[in-house]
Design a protein around this ligand. Structure first.
Ligand code: NDP
Length: 461
């Protein structure tokens, strides 16, 4: 009996493994050269083998073949005129990846590296992240290869207006609701909202999230991703009887996610000793003054190296990678994809890091994740750890629909509960599928099940 049972399990495992391999090979063949997209798909598919083993209906319904294919990918020209009266042309993207759970939802990124691969990796991950929040939102993402750095305010506005003049056709409060991401903050969302409103001729507040508080934004949305990441890491630490108190923290980036992660880590008693931008990092063993970082980056739009002029005791190092060689208890990669590779992960582990919380999307390579898991470092994957931003965006949509606004404390309390639930669900899914403590598998499995069940219920569409 026992032998027979083991053979059945073995057969299911082989079938699931082969299925995953076939789907992955098709993705590689259909999307040649899109390395970031391949990486994001591989991470998810590999971790779904145990879910597919015990749920053969997902194989029968060909859920993986369907889920890896975006419902729609929109690519468009964005012409605009710079301050010297020259015509410039950028490329705009919106991927409407999966609407099984609700309207497409996901940020807009403005960065020269943006291309179809980056947008598809982000959109694909967004499906599972949004599902994990437990809110009724599907997955999408967008952006442009426009570089906001060094552009005047007028240039940003003219570019954004041209971008929205095409994008507006595809979005709406019940169809697709964009938000910010790298290079897109409150200023850009404001210009987007203004142009959308002008074209559509009505105040559809729910079409974008991350809006200013005076015209439909939610309190605590600006803070949500960074705060949420720290709340998630705090849950992980507590599960091992640890906390942020008196711990040293290294945070990459100095943008929206990083700044509020640093504030919250400090509030919980930690010492934030380093942060960066795309040029280099600053380091001070006695702790950084986050208010100064915030002013330099958010208000004055300066470089992180300017910090040392105000704080001569701090060291500036050119190049960002070395930040991971600093000794710290907790590392929060909050800048961009693939910023921690195997070598950087090994530096962190050999320096005794206890926990990693991915504030950015896919900041660790697959090799780096392997190093963290093999060394039993607490590892909070992006889909779970940075879901606080989109969770509060969904709360902003709810407030817009109800035409009322909650207090900062109310939103923050809801955010904390959502992050606690995401942690608990990821832990329990990891244990259920036989990989106790592996939150990569747990988060992927829990998010995937919600979407896959909804897809089956809605038929082949
Ligand atoms: P911001 O544009 O506000 O900040 C990005 C920061 O990362 C800046 O300090 C930037 O430096 C640095 N950075 C960007 N690209 C690179 C690079 N190639 N190498 C090194 N550093 C880089 O973006 P956000 O804080 O909004 O986003 C950061 C990450 O968090 C992204 O991965 C994003 O997808 C993810 N995220 C954001 C959410 C949000 O709510 N904003 C929600 C969930 C995830 P510099 O100023 O020099 O460009």
């Amino acid at each position: 009996m026992q032998r027979w049972f083991t053979m059945i399990i073995q057969t299911y495992r082989e079938e699931a493994t082969q299925y995953v391999r076939n789907v992955y090979e098709t993705v590689m063949a259909r999307n040649p050269g899109e390395v970031e997209f391949h990486q994001a798909v591989k991470e998810i598919l590999d971790s779904l083998v145990p879910v597919l083993e015990s749920n053969p209906q997902y194989i029968e319904h060909r859920i993986l073949e369907r889920i890896v294919e975006p419902e729609r990918l929109i690519v468009f020209r964005v012409p605009w005129v710079d301050d010297n009266h020259n015509v410039q042309v950028n490329r705009g993207f919106r991927v409407q990846y999966n609407s099984a759970l609700g309207p497409y939802k996901g940020g807009i990124r403005f960065h020269p590296s943006v291309n179809a691969s980056i947008i598809k990796f982000l959109g694909f991950e967004q499906i599972f992240k949004n599902a994990l929040t437990g809110q009724p939102i599907g997955g999408g993402k967008g952006g442009s290869d426009f570089d906001p750095k060094g552009k005047s305010d007028q240039e940003i506005m003219r570019f954004v207006q041209s971008f929205m003049t095409e994008l507006y056709k595809y979005i709406g409060p019940d169809t697709d609701v964009p938000a910010g991401d790298i290079g897109v903050g409150g200023r850009e969302i404001g210009y987007m909202f203004g142009q959308y409103k002008r074209i559509r001729g009505g105040h559809e507040a729910g079409v974008l999230t991350g809006k200013g508080i005076r015209y439909g934004g939610s309190l605590a949305r600006t803070e949500a991703t960074g705060y949420g990441c720290v709340y998630f890491v705090n849950e992980m630490l507590q599960s091992r009887g640890l906390s942020f108190k008196d711990r040293t923290v290294v945070v990459s980036g100095s943008g929206n996610v990083s700044i509020y992660a640093m504030f919250k880590a400090k509030e919980l008693g930690a010492k934030v000793i380093a942060c960066s931008d795309s040029d280099g990092y600053i380091y001070n063993q006695n702790g950084l003054d986050i208010q100064i970082v915030q002013r330099l980056k958010e208000v004055e739009r300066k470089r992180i190296k300017d910090y040392v002029q105000e704080h001569p005791g701090t060291v500036y190092v050119e190049g960002c990678r070395g930040i991971w060689s600093l000794q710290c208890d907790i590392a929060l990669p909050c800048a961009t994809q693939n910023e921690i590779d195997r070598e950087a992960a090994e530096w962190l582990v050999s320096n005794g890091v206890k926990a990693i919380g991915e504030g950015a999307n896919m900041p660790s390579t697959l090799d780096a994740i392997e190093v963290f898991l093999a060394n039993e470092v607490l590892f909070g994957p992006a889909k779970a750890a940075n879901a606080g931003g989109v969770a509060v965006s969904a709360l902003e949509m709810s407030q817009n629909s109800m035409r009322l606004s909650w207090t900062f404390e109310e939103v923050d309390r809801k955010l904390q509960n959502i992050m606690k639930n995401i942690f608990a669900e990821s832990v329990s899914a990891a244990a259920k599928y036989g990989h106790q403590g592996n939150l990569v598998l747990g988060a992927n499995a829990a998010g995937f099940k919600r979407v896959a069940d909804a897809m089956i219920a809605q038929g082949v569409v």
